[in-house]
Design a protein around this ligand. Structure first.
Ligand SMILES: Nc1nc2c(ncn2[C@@H]2O[C@H](COP(=O)(O)OP(=O)(O)OP(=O)(O)O)[C@@H](O)[C@H]2O)c(=O)[nH]1
Length: 319
């Protein structure tokens, strides 16, 4: 009965998202170009590139400049935050990435204490390095990796997980909930003793030009762009659109809605009421001023987005 209802509702959902006339140029801060330049300058010391990206957006928002300017070394793509992505999309993602030339791919959840795929990184990296000549560094028994990726995908967390796994050491890299935490450019960190492996942690570098607003919106939803630059209201609406498009309806029960709904104002109102996020607003009427209780839409939008990012609206692959 419920499934039938959902299928009937599917035809009511938006087929495309209306982004309006948005200017996305200001979503991408200027310090990123400098980061990329410094990364390129250090490339000759690097044996292998470890590119980290968010498993929820395996195709969107990977910086094409990484490919163009850094793709001269063996390359391992780590799709992190797999605990938040839809596990049923794995095979499709691997196949599509393989078609685009990314053959070495691992899915990780680096917040988990003993993630099996984090353990596979060092052996796989060594295999990749040893399969190619190491120009000018044949005698050097120290290996050097460079960690690259757009902001907030978990580069620092992965470095800490590698240290935890291979050195039994704690944190070396500061982890942050907001994009752009790693600003100290190219700190060199040891992640393994035998073989001796070091890596350069780099600041998150977004592409200076994002291919579409939709890509920008997916990056924003995954927390790689500061929310206020994009606007919580539109991110929340894009989230609702995405959940409906992908048939992820757990928000219906969570927020006591009667059925899936494509109207963000209605959903936010229910979230605000359920969470007690209301505000008193003075209204002027013909018979004098009165105080009315209004839903706090901004607070509700913020909560909706945060709940999604914690994985509490289900595991979702946006691409
Ligand atoms: N659910 C989940 N969260 C993760 C995972 N890895 C990292 N995070 C969280 O994602 C946020 C960003 O992690 P960081 O390690 O600081 O990311 P970063 O890429 O170094 O960020 P920048 O310094 O902005 O470039 C933090 O809140 C982490 O706790 C993961 O595998 N799963």
């Amino acid at each position: 009965m419920r499934l039938q209802q959902i299928l009937r509702d599917a035809s009511k959902f938006r087929a495309v998202f209306d982004f309006g006339a948005r200017d996305i140029a200001h979503w991408f801060p200027g310090h990123m170009a400098k980061g990329l330049k410094q990364m390129k300058a250090n490339l000759k010391k690097v044996d292998c590139i470890l590119e980290i990206h968010d498993a929820r957006i395996p195709f969107s928002g990977r910086n094409p400049l990484f490919q163009e300017s850094l793709d001269v070394r063996p390359h391992l793509l780590v799709l992190n935050k797999m605990d938040l992505a839809d596990p049923s999309s794995k095979q499709r993602v691997l196949k599509q990435l393989g078609g685009k030339g990314a053959e070495n791919v691992l899915f990780t959840d680096c917040l988990r204490q003993r993630d099996e795929n984090v353990k596979k990184i060092v052996p796989l990296v060594m295999e990749l390095i040893e399969s190619r000549p190491r120009f000018h560094r044949e005698e050097d028994t120290n290996y050097c990796l460079m960690v690259i990726g757009v902001p907030n995908v978990g580069k620092s967390s992965l470095i800490n997980a590698l240290r935890r796994t291979n050195l039994k050491k704690g944190r070396a890299s500061k982890v942050g909930g907001e994009p752009g935490i790693t600003r100290a450019v190219l700190s060199k960190i040891q992640v393994c003793e035998r073989p001796a492996i070091f890596l350069f942690d780099t600041p998150g570098v977004l592409s200076p030009k994002i291919e579409s607003i939709e890509t920008g919106m997916k990056l924003a939803l995954c927390g790689t762009i500061l929310d206020h630059l994009v606007g919580e209201d539109i991110i929340a609406d894009y989230l609702l659109y995405s959940l409906n498009r992908l048939g992820k309806f757990s928000y219906v029960d969570r927020y006591d809605l009667e059925e899936p709904c494509d109207d963000i104002q209605h959903v936010l109102k229910r979230i605000a009421v359920k969470l007690g996020k209301t505000q008193r607003v003075k209204a002027i009427t013909g018979v004098g001023d009165i105080t009315v209780i209004m839903p706090n839409y901004t607070a509700a939008a913020y909560d909706f987005i945060r709940t999604f990012r914690k994985g509490q609206l289900g595991r979702v692959t946006l691409d």
